[in-house]
Design a binder for this molecule. Sequence first.
Ligand SMILES: Nc1ncnc2c1ncn2[C@@H]1O[C@H](COP(=O)(O)OP(=O)(O)OP(=O)(O)O)[C@@H](O)[C@H]1O
Ligand SMILES: [Mg+2]
Length: 226
Amino acid sequence: MILKAEKISKSYYTGDGALKVLKNVDLYIGRGEMVSVMGPSGCGKSTLLNILGTLDNPDSGQLWINNEEITLLSDEKLSFLRNNTIGFIFQFHHLLPEFTVIENLIIPQMIKGTSHEEATIRGLDLLSKVGLSDRKQHKPSQISGGERQRVAVLRALVNHPKIIFADEPTGNLDISSGEVVLDLMTELNKEYGVTYLIVTHNPEVAKRCDRHYDLTNGRLEIYEQK
Ligand SMILES: Nc1ncnc2c1ncn2[C@@H]1O[C@H](COP(=O)(O)OP(=O)(O)OP(=O)(O)O)[C@@H](O)[C@H]1O
Ligand SMILES: [Mg+2]
């Protein structure tokens, strides 16, 4: 098992009082599985993904990733896990604006210790897979929204993560670019056994997944195709 989450709860507190977003959520994901989560806007999908991806803390509950219990890890070990085991595709891309497309793909690899040369080769290879080789010297502000999303997907996979958390990976893409991204994600799943937890409204994404959940009233329920 690559991810085990038990009794995860999260509330937000504002002037209007407490907003209970997640209520004792349990989730188990095996290595190499593709799992998707659907639910209406505001139901807590990004909140759940951020907590499971170790970017945010739950109020209560326990989380294990790759057999490590997250709350027990030192900052150093948690950074190592984030760099080596986890990939994140955000709902709104987080590319580094000052750097070019290819640099955005090289930098995370160098942080992990890969040589500049090897990182460049991998970055260029990935860019060619999504048809963006001729945008390598552009900055994120100089490419389209859909192109940025494709680069953000590549950036999540440069370091060969074991599990990728994806928040609407095809949200801003037209059908054909969406297919390119999905094909790439599925290829990595089949070839390297990369595990995915994907938040999506896109039925094409859900179709490629092994299991599918609805986030309803703060809980995950298995989605049954009717
Ligand atoms: N920092 C915060 N403080 C207070 N409330 C928040 C905070 N972040 C999110 N919320 C509220 O919590 C709820 C869940 O937010 P979340 O971003 O997880 O929703 P979502 O399911 O990802 O929605 P969408 O599909 O629109 O992206 C929303 O109603 C939101 O308004
Ligand atoms: Mg969201």
